[in-house]
Design a protein around this ligand. Sequence first.
Ligand code: PLP
Length: 437
Amino acid sequence: SDLMSAQATPNSEKLYARAREVMPGGNTRTTVYRKPHQIYAWRGDGCRITDVDGHIRIDALGNFTSLIHGYGNRQILEAATRQLEAGTCFGMPTESEIRLSEILCERLPSVEQLRYTNSGTEAVMNAIKAARAYTGRPKIAKCEGAYHGTYDPAETSQDASPATWGDIDRPGSVPTAKGTPQGVLDDVVVIPFNNTPVAEAILRASGNSLAAVLVDVMPNRAGLVPAKSEYLAMLRRVTRELGALLILDEVITFRLGYNGAQSRFDIDPDLTTLGKIIGGGFAIGAIGGRAEVMSVFDPSKGQPAVPHGGTFSANPMSMSAGIAALEELTPPAFEKLEVLGDRFDQGIRACFARHGIKGQVTGLGSLRRVHLTDAPLSDYRSTFASADGAARVSALAKALFDEGVIIAGNGLMAFSTAMEDPDIDDIVRAFDRALPE
Ligand code: PLP
């Protein structure tokens, strides 16, 4: 392919030098996330990235989980190109926005209407605003350790919530340099993930001040362990009894099934937040739900509508690329992702056994996470209590990077339909070389 014959210009040192001038501490993403590995990508092709120095690596993290068809997918490329050629007009309605919504409404059983934002963070913030507006109540419950986006509570207004701020309940995390406005924090209720009786008692104690419970069925930060069905059933039952809403954060987990994680986990939320892959690699976020709740965004309903859109919301690039991505995401594509995920799971378990390592793999389908600890991962505290395991995984991610495979510093991976069995085998072989004897 032209990727193999083309030459990257070896210039990462020059780029680092320029970044030190205008963005000391690293580029936006590397500063924020302090990843163990930082590359300047030159180009991506399928599941592989070539950096500016010509090194080729498998991206086992799917462009930070935002791509499910790999780089340079032909259909997405053509859809985006058609859109660019047609012009990209912001702030005007487009047919592509309607079409993307139709596809998502068709697939997600609980979603009848959608509104778009530019990121998953904004989708969650707006779902929280919608829940507060709909119920007239302040409190939002979230699961301990779950990440719902970057949002600094010190910057918060009465409309927003630090529930989106992933580190807020992370043991040892420092609130913010500016301090944390306690009044706002009081509006966030933290419930233990997968601990049904304790979570239920905490929710009931919030009674009629609870606006919503925000939940991700397989929170990555909290270990990528699937929610128990009795836990999700309790959240649904108790929110209904208390007159609160259930918000399902599917920003990552939408990639778990043709009809979303909500079908796979048999949960019926009032609002759903989406992002990442639904934009085909372009910036996107979405809030969906049944008409009655979504009416808070509708200015024709009489009440002041919850403000949510911005210049780039529902931008035509994301809409048209998203349509192409979802059209490619057929039931057979999901079957393939399950097979790839299971192949990795089996390969890595055998690899752990060969090395005599007490490791674990969590996750489902195309989302998997590697842990280098045998501590039980059933709750957030034990996951992060094992700081030792976390440090070993971060060192492993660095070693894998040197072996040509990119995973997240916490061990997260997101496979793509651009991968085949031999790519998974390459990843497992890289683990074999990177793991200590
Ligand atoms: N919610 C979940 C579950 C996420 O994993 C993320 C991002 O990783 C977000 C929300 C925030 O999305 P974004 O990074 O697009 O703001």
